[in-house]
Design a protein around this ligand. Structure first.
Ligand SMILES: [Zn+2]
Length: 290
């Protein structure tokens, strides 16, 4: 009788759970440590995972990782090396002793329960615009301290907090061969375009985007050895300065009309939460590894 009861219960519950695959963000959001594997980025920046992720030391000679409670200071070893190098460069700027590092990735990468769509393969880094002077912040201070915005007029221009040091740090990042692109608000790119009197090639990697006035976002290229890592197409040729001005004029100031909609553009795909089977197949092993 009792056995029969459970059978009925099971059948009653089964249709609800059958086929309901857990969401990838729940699985990857639950991982608290990196996988015991060789470091590999699998898939794309917004659809992938990270094997052998390394934790950025919470405090280094020229950086502090912020918001430690999020446990998103994990990246590919190339990313950790990059942060060491860029933060040492930043420390040479007047008023800066290094960098405050925001989100990188979860310990095993993958989609997150809150926030970012990208940052899934340990190669995206958010870096605070706030000059890192004090590198002795406590854990609690790293939760409560906020970065500062650099934008004016909804991102059409930089404000008075923007400095030549910001220009030099973004320039150093963009000139690094490991870097694919850097996302920052459009007004900052326009300013850098106006202020740069030397080499302009690096400006190509600076890409205007919404938000990104409290931090800039560095995206690294797929590292050697990560054959299943999917690079983004390189930015279009040229310094992109006219396009940045166009972004400001059309989308922010709205002083010029927006481009007409492309009649051949496919309808926008509704976004749905990723499941494990949406990700590269290696991501299952990343999850189940020690
Ligand atoms: Zn970001």
């Amino acid at each position: 009788m009792i056995r029969h009861f459970f059978l009925v219960l099971l059948l009653a519950v089964a249709p609800v759970t059958a086929g309901a695959e857990p969401l990838a963000k729940q699985l990857f959001g639950a991982a608290t440590t990196g996988s015991d594997q060789r470091a590999r980025a699998y898939g794309g920046y917004a659809k992938g995972c990270l094997a052998g992720g390394v934790q950025l030391p919470q405090t280094g000679p020229t950086w502090q990782a912020m918001r430690l409670s999020r446990n998103r200071n994990w990246g590919h070893p190339v990313t950790i090396d990059f942060i060491r190098d860029l933060s040492a460069r930043a420390a040479q700027q007047p008023g800066w002793n290094g960098l405050y590092i925001g989100d990188i990735s979860q310990p095993r990468g993958g989609p997150m329960l809150t926030g970012h769509r990208s940052h899934q393969i340990g190669l995206d880094i958010d870096i605070w615009m706030l000059p890192a002077r004090d590198l002795t912040l406590s854990r609690a201070q790293r939760e409560s301290l906020s970065s500062i915005s650099m934008q004016r007029a909804k991102g059409a221009y930089v404000n008075k907090r923007w400095s030549r040091a910001h220009h030099e740090i973004l320039k150093a990042a963009a000139q690094d061969p490991r870097v694919a692109r850097i996302f920052v608000f459009a007004g900052a790119k326009v300013q850098m375009c106006a202020d740069e009197t030397g080499d302009r090639d690096w400006l190509r990697k600076i890409r205007p985007w919404w938000g990104h006035h409290y931090h800039f976002h560095v995206r690294l290229k797929c590292p050697r050895g990560s054959r299943k890592c999917v690079d983004q197409a390189p930015p279009p040729p040229g310094d992109g300065c006219a396009e940045a001005q166009e972004w400001v004029d059309m989308r922010i100031l709205k002083v010029t009309p927006p481009p007409p909609p492309d009649p051949n553009a496919p309808p926008p795909k509704p976004r749905r939460d990723l499941t494990l089977s949406d990700l590269p197949r290696q991501c299952a092993a990343v999850l189940s590894s020690d």
